[in-house]
Design a protein around this ligand. Structure first.
Ligand SMILES: *[C@@H]1O[C@H](CO)[C@@H](O)[C@H](O)[C@H]1NC(C)=O
Ligand SMILES: *[C@@H]1O[C@H](CO)[C@@H](O)[C@H](O)[C@H]1NC(C)=O
Ligand SMILES: *[C@@H]1O[C@H](CO)[C@@H](O)[C@H](O)[C@H]1NC(C)=O
Length: 365
């Protein structure tokens, strides 16, 4: 959806919430490109921002859906901009030795960057058109220091986005907003194409699962906080989506394709619902579960074992039932106070910490 007055609206939203941090943003006017700059971004993106008119109305409950998309796409823009900078400038760890391979990779990533810019601009336009607060870019930190770990991280957050956009379409439908569903679905396919490319670079099959792992908005929003240094707006009061502490997988989130017990840690400081469990390992082993989202299966809950506390940091283990659910690709874990859920939508309310991002590594050759 491009609105004819998109550019002025986006400019208004930007000025309303303070200026972005320029150093992490591409030098093409993003997030408020001029008409000429937008033409350049369209060309780099291999397609234009839609010129279709906006839907006549949007349920106020749908504004946070687009705010999360905006928040996420801003991060993706900064990430790919940093990755392109590093590869272009042969930053140690990011040298691609063969000139033609370097150029080919940069060509793909430049287009991905421009496509993410248009996704962000589109979301900001929808929000502004309907009177919400569009989301300016934040300042970010990236944990990756070499090209393959960066591609690996891109694959993981794109898989999470692919699950989150399912939740976005479900939410729009629940809110009676069928109008933007077609555009969201077009982005799901687009991000899936990106991830097929990343997976190919990682020696993983391009198509991950028959039905991609779903997620819920608050899990993606929580995961993104780990990349944020600071924002020029108050995140929690501007975007009304819960934020949970994330869960680390001990040994890293990349696991082999087999049944196994995984061990996790989460810092439950400031989690009010965790109070009855703090310091009480027995209560954790009897009353907490790791609940996995995998594919389109119902949430899979496995009882916590081996709980131990270090201050407010809980270590805990749980089975990872790879074989029963063929958990290839991304699975998303949550630490929950219940062990049975009728749908992914029900998991958030019983969550103490999430997500744990678990990637099964199963090379093609
Ligand atoms: C780019 O390189 C810097 C310096 O090594 C690193 O801190 C940053 O995470 C890299 N960016 C990405 C996207 O990996
Ligand atoms: C707006 O969304 C809320 C929450 O899903 C829903 O209860 C309400 O019926 C929607 N309003 C309309 C007019 O569809
Ligand atoms: C129990 O947790 C510890 C960390 O607290 C971990 O090192 C160990 O592997 C876990 N054992 C089992 C059986 O899960």
């Amino acid at each position: 959806m491009l609105y004819k007055n998109l550019l002025s609206m986006a400019a208004f939203a930007g000025s309303a919430l303070a200026a972005p941090t320029p150093s992490q943003l591409p030098a093409d006017g993003f997030p408020n490109p001029s008409a000429d700059q937008l033409t350049t971004i369209n060309q780099q993106a291999d397609g234009t921002l839609s010129n279709a008119p906006p839907p006549p109305a949007l349920n106020a409950s749908s504004i946070p859906i687009f705010q999360l998309i905006n928040f996420n796409e801003n991060f993706e823009v900064a990430f790919f901009n940093s990755l392109i900078y590093n590869i272009t400038n042969d930053v140690p760890g990011f040298q691609v030795p063969f000139g033609s391979e370097k150029q080919a990779l940069l060509s793909v990533l430049q287009t991905v960057l421009a496509q993410e810019e248009l996704h962000a601009i589109n979301a900001a336009g929808v929000i502004s058109h309907f009177g919400g607060a569009a989301i300016p870019p934040c300042t970010y930190k990236f944990p990756t220091t070499d090209v393959m770990s960066a591609i690996n991280l891109a694959e993981t957050f794109t898989a999470l986005v692919l699950g989150t956009l399912q939740d976005a379409s479900q939410g729009l439908s629940t809110n009676g907003d069928h109008g933007p569903v077609r555009a969201v679905a077009s982005v799901i396919g687009q991000e899936g194409e990106q991830n097929g490319f990343f997976r190919g670079l990682l020696n993983a099959k391009p198509s991950e699962k028959p039905f991609l792992t779903t997620s819920i908005a608050e899990f993606a929003f929580s995961a993104l906080q780990d990349f944020v240094v600071s924002c020029p707006f108050d995140v929690a009061s501007t975007i009304p989506i819960p934020i949970h502490p994330t869960i680390a997988v001990v040994g890293g989130g990349e696991v082999s394709a087999q049944d196994q017990t995984l061990t996790f840690t989460a810092d439950l400081t400031n989690v009010a619902a965790a109070a009855p469990y703090i310091g009480n390992a027995a209560a954790c082993n009897s009353g907490l579960w790791v609940t996995y989202l995998t594919g389109q299966d119902l949430p899979v809950s496995k009882q916590v074992s081996n709980a131990s506390w270090n201050g407010n940091v809980l270590s805990f283990s749980a089975e990872f039932p790879f074989n029963e659910f063929v958990m290839e690709g991304l699975s998303i874990g949550a630490l929950t106070t219940a062990g049975s859920f009728a749908s992914p939508d029900a998991v958030g309310a019983a969550t103490l910490a999430a997500p744990a991002l678990i990637q099964v590594v199963d090379p093609i050759l």
